[in-house]
Write a new protein. Structure first.
Length: 103
């Protein structure tokens, strides 16, 4: 069963683009990692940067989290974030069409 993760980061005033630029560096690299099904960046009306991830297994997510790209991303983000990111790991509850009912 895939593992979904939602990471929400609030930028400091005027720093949203700095966060997006940091993600732009690592997104193509993460997409190449084993088990990465989705690693997609979104923004909210209020300016938050939201990462929606999907990994084939929890072991794939753990390998990603322990790998070099997370520290690289944090270094690239520098002080652009207003506090810590909120990370939520989700457990899928499949319903309806299997292709649409699981992230």
């Amino acid at each position: 069963m895939p593992v979904a993760v939602v990471v929400t980061t609030t930028p400091k005033p005027g720093r949203q683009q700095d966060l997006l630029d940091a993600y732009a560096v690592v997104v193509p690299l993460v997409h190449e990692e084993q088990g990465c099904e989705r690693w997609a960046i979104h923004t909210t009306k209020s300016g938050d940067v939201v990462l929606v991830e999907s990994w084939t297994t929890m072991d794939d997510l753990r390998a990603h989290a322990a790998g070099p790209l997370v520290p690289q991303l944090n270094e690239l983000k520098g002080d652009a974030a207003d506090g810590e990111s909120q990370i939520v790991i989700l457990r899928s509850v499949p319903m309806g069409d299997p292709a649409k009912g699981i992230v």
